[in-house]
Design a protein around this ligand. Structure first.
Ligand code: UFG
Length: 334
């Protein structure tokens, strides 16, 4: 029983891995992406790319005009906490406008299923670790707040239009397609794993460790790194649930690794030193963010194939070695 899906932001890091997962099981996929952060070269052959913004009525009409979708998977969003602290109103308005425009078009085209990428940032400075779905929502950044507004908007769309949604609150997405078909290519890059890899390769300056005085075993920040292919698998598993209800899940491995442990793992996997310097904390960074995905596991049977940090780092390393300029070179060749 094959499906037909619209993936907004499908040329971006997480979105492109979901596109691969859908294609691998034979589903038909249309990508809507304005390529402001995504890469045309990340969209596999056989997948139609509508290059345009989610708020652009013509682009939406073109995407939805191609035939009925079983669900929309919405990844197009601004996603940097630090950026959002400098430009709060842009984050709030853009992320809500984008989600609203896509959800509205979905309702108009009788597609009442939507999966949205949400974030651990909903929980701000969490009360307990691991973080389950019952914890108090209290974002401490405009980015987190914007995703909370998006969830609320979907709750109203459910009440009024019958739109069923899944909100997946990712912890730290990392790694790359194990077959090497996609990887992480941000500009600017702000995420720890690719920055540590590039430092090892000498492609970027030494990594700055943000804070060594956290109340953690080695003093550096602890995060729950989850393989992007496992994230993708979770999306496929929540789709059938939408036939009966809306769901919200925290999505991580349930294990925390410190910045130092990530650096050590990159050094081990690459066989190179990771040049780094110790610096002050980055504003707004909680000491520890680790998910409880017990609910997701129990209700969907999800279980990560790549729970080990070493495997996450290795796939990211392999992709970077094969694509030292990211997608740029591929794009020129295309
Ligand atoms: N870090 C460094 N140096 C760097 C970059 C990061 O030490 O140059 C540290 C951070 O302080 C943190 C860890 O590495 O302890 C991970 O940082 P990332 O920037 O890779 O990821 P974040 O945890 O800050 O952010 C991620 C997602 C957000 C999401 C957030 C939830 O990128 O979208 O988790 O809080 F909102």
């Amino acid at each position: 029983d094959l499906g037909r899906y619209l993936v907004t932001g499908g040329a971006g890091y997480v979105g492109s891995h979901i596109v691969l997962a859908l294609r691998d099981r034979g589903d038909e996929v249309v990508v809507l992406d304005d390529l402001s952060k995504g890469h045309a070269a990340a969209v596999p052959e056989g997948v139609r790319l509508v290059a345009g913004r989610c708020e652009d009525r013509r682009a939406l009409a073109e995407a939805f005009g191609s035939g009925r979708f079983d669900a929309v998977l919405h990844f197009a969003a601004l996603s940097l906490v630090g950026d959002s602290m400098r430009d709060p109103l842009r984050y709030m308005s853009e992320n809500l406008a984008t989600l609203s425009a896509v959800a509205q078009a979905a309702v108009q085209h009788d597609c009442l299923r939507l999966v949205m990428s949400s974030t651990a940032a909903l929980f701000g400075f969490p009360e307990r670790i691991p973080i389950d779905e019952d914890q108090r929502l209290g974002p401490v950044s405009p980015y987190g707040e914007s995703k909370l507004m998006c969830e609320r908007a979907l709750e109203w769309a459910e009440k009024i239009h019958g739109l069923r949604f899944a909100s997946l609150r990712y912890f730290n997405a990392a790694g790359a397609d194990p077959e090497g078909r996609a990887g992480e290519d941000h500009d600017p890059e702000t995420h720890l794993v690719p920055l540590a890899i590039d430092a090892a390769l000498g492609l970027r300056p030494p990594l700055m460790v943000f804070g060594t005085d956290y109340p953690t075993p080695d003093g550096t920040g602890v995060r729950d790194y989850v393989h992007v292919t496992d994230l993708a698998d979770a999306h496929l598993r929540v789709l059938p649930l939408l036939e009966t209800r809306s769901v919200r899940y925290n999505l991580g491995n349930g294990t925390g690794y410190s910045v130092r442990e990530v650096i050590d793992t990159v050094a081990r996997v690459s066989g190179r030193a990771v040049p780094h310097a110790l610096g002050p904390r980055r504003e707004g960074d909680p000491a520890v963010l680790v998910a409880s995905s017990a609910r997701l596991r129990a209700e969907t049977g999800w279980s990560p194939r790549f729970p080990k940090l070493e495997d996450i780092v290795r796939t990211a390393w392999d992709w970077r070695l094969a694509h030292p300029q990211g997608y740029a070179k591929d794009r020129k060749a295309a």
